[in-house]
Design a protein around this ligand. Structure first.
Ligand code: ZN
Length: 275
C-alpha cells in the first residue's frame, strides 16, 4: 500500500502512531534538505519500547520514524525537523549527517550470539534460528548471526522511502554503518540496502539501453558520485579496479555509469571496452 506524506511533514493515516518528541525543534537549514535517508536498526526488543525510549527528553537520540516487525509505524519527529539519529558521522565532504537526513529505525535486535539452538541479542533476548541471517557485514571480514527483518517491515520501509523520495529531493539512501563505520553496524547485512537504493534511486534510461557502451575501471579504486565534480557526494562505495560499467552519459570529463549502483566517475579512469 502506498504511503502519503502530509504538508505537516507527517505520514498520513490512522494507523500511524504519533509519539510526542518535544526535544527536536530545529528546522533543516536549506530548502533542498533533507536530501538523504539514513537506515538504522534499533537494537531493541520492540518498536513501541524503542519509540518511547527515543522520544524521552533525557535521551540524546531520536529518529523520525520507527518501523515495527508487523509494519506498524511510529512517527516521533516531522520530516522537516532535524532528528538525532546519526551522531558523529560523515559522508563525502559532509559531517553531522543529522543536518541533511531523515532517520528511519527498524525494530531489529542487530547482531546475535549463537548459544545452543538459540540466538541471543546484546540485551539478552533470545531468537529462534528461523529469525536469523548468517552473513558478513560490509565493514567486516567474517560472517556472523544477525536478526532478520520481516518481509512486511521491509515492504513498509520501501513504501515510506518511495513516498519520501517523491516528496523531498532525496538523492541518497545510506546505512548508519556507512556514515559512522567502526562505531555503528546498523542496519547490517540482513537489510537489503544496495537493492533498496538501486531499485529506488536508479534512473533507468531507455535511450541508454538502446546504445550500450561499456567500460572497465582502470584505477585501483574509483570514487562514484551523485553528480559530476570532485566535491560532489559519493553515491556508493568506490568502484574496484576492473569493474565493468555501462556508460550512460558523458559530460566534461565525467561519465555517468551504471554497475550495481549508478553515479558519476572521472572518465580518465574508465577504459571503453567491447562487450
Ligand atoms: Zn543507527
Amino acid at each position: 500500500m502506498s504511503v502519503e506524506i502530509t504538508n505537516d511533514h507527517l505520514i498520513a493515516g490512522d494507523d500511524v502512531n504519533h509519539v510526542a518528541c518535544s526535544k527536536n525543534v530545529k528546522l533543516f537549514s536549506e530548502p533542498g534538505l533533507p536530501d538523504t535517508i539514513v537506515i538504522h536498526f534499533t537494537a531493541g526488543s520492540s518498536a513501541q519500547s524503542s519509540a518511547d525510549f527515543l522520544a524521552r527528553n533525557d535521551v540524546q537520540a531520536s529518529a523520525h520514524i520507527v518501523i515495527g516487525r508487523d509494519a506498524s509505524v511510529y512517527q516521533l519527529v516531522p520530516f522537516n525537523i532535524v532528528a538525532w539519529h546519526a551522531g558523529v558521522s560523515s559522508y563525502g565532504n559532509r559531517n553531522g549527517i543529522n543536518n541533511y537526513s531523515i532517520g528511519i529505525e527498524l525494530d531489529n535486535a542487530g547482531g546475535l550470539t549463537k548459544s545452543g539452538n538459540t540466538y541471543i541479542s546484546s540485551f539478552g533476548k533470545t531468537y529462534p534460528e528461523n529469525e536469523t541471517v548468517f552473513a558478513t557485514h560490509r565493514n567486516e571480514t567474517e560472517p556472523k548471526y544477525w536478526h532478520a527483518y520481516t518481509e512486511e517491515q521491509l515492504a513498509k520501509c520501501r513504501d515510506i522511502c518511495i513516498a519520501l523520495i517523491s516528496f523531498y529531493k532525496i538523492k541518497l539512501i545510506v546505512g548508519h554503518e556507512e556514515i559512522a563505520p567502526g562505531r555503528k553496524t546498523d542496519p547490517g547485512p540482513a537489510f537489503p540496502l544496495d537493492k533498496l537504493r538501486n531499485d529506488l534511486l536508479l534512473d533507468i534510461r531507455k535511450d541508454a539501453e538502446a546504445l550500450p557502451l561499456y567500460g572497465k575501471v582502470t584505477a585501483s579504486k574509483l570514487n562514484i558520485r551523485v553528480n559530476p565534480g570532485p566535491d560532489e557526494l559519493m553515491s556508493a562505495q568506490p568502484l574496484a579496479q576492473n569493474t565493468v560499467v555501462k556508460i550512460l552519459e558523458s559530460r566534461d570529463g565525467w561519465y555517468k555509469v551504471r554497475t550495481e549502483t549508478e553515479g558519476w566517475v572521472k572518465s580518465d579512469f574508465v577504459q571503453q571496452i567491447n562487450q
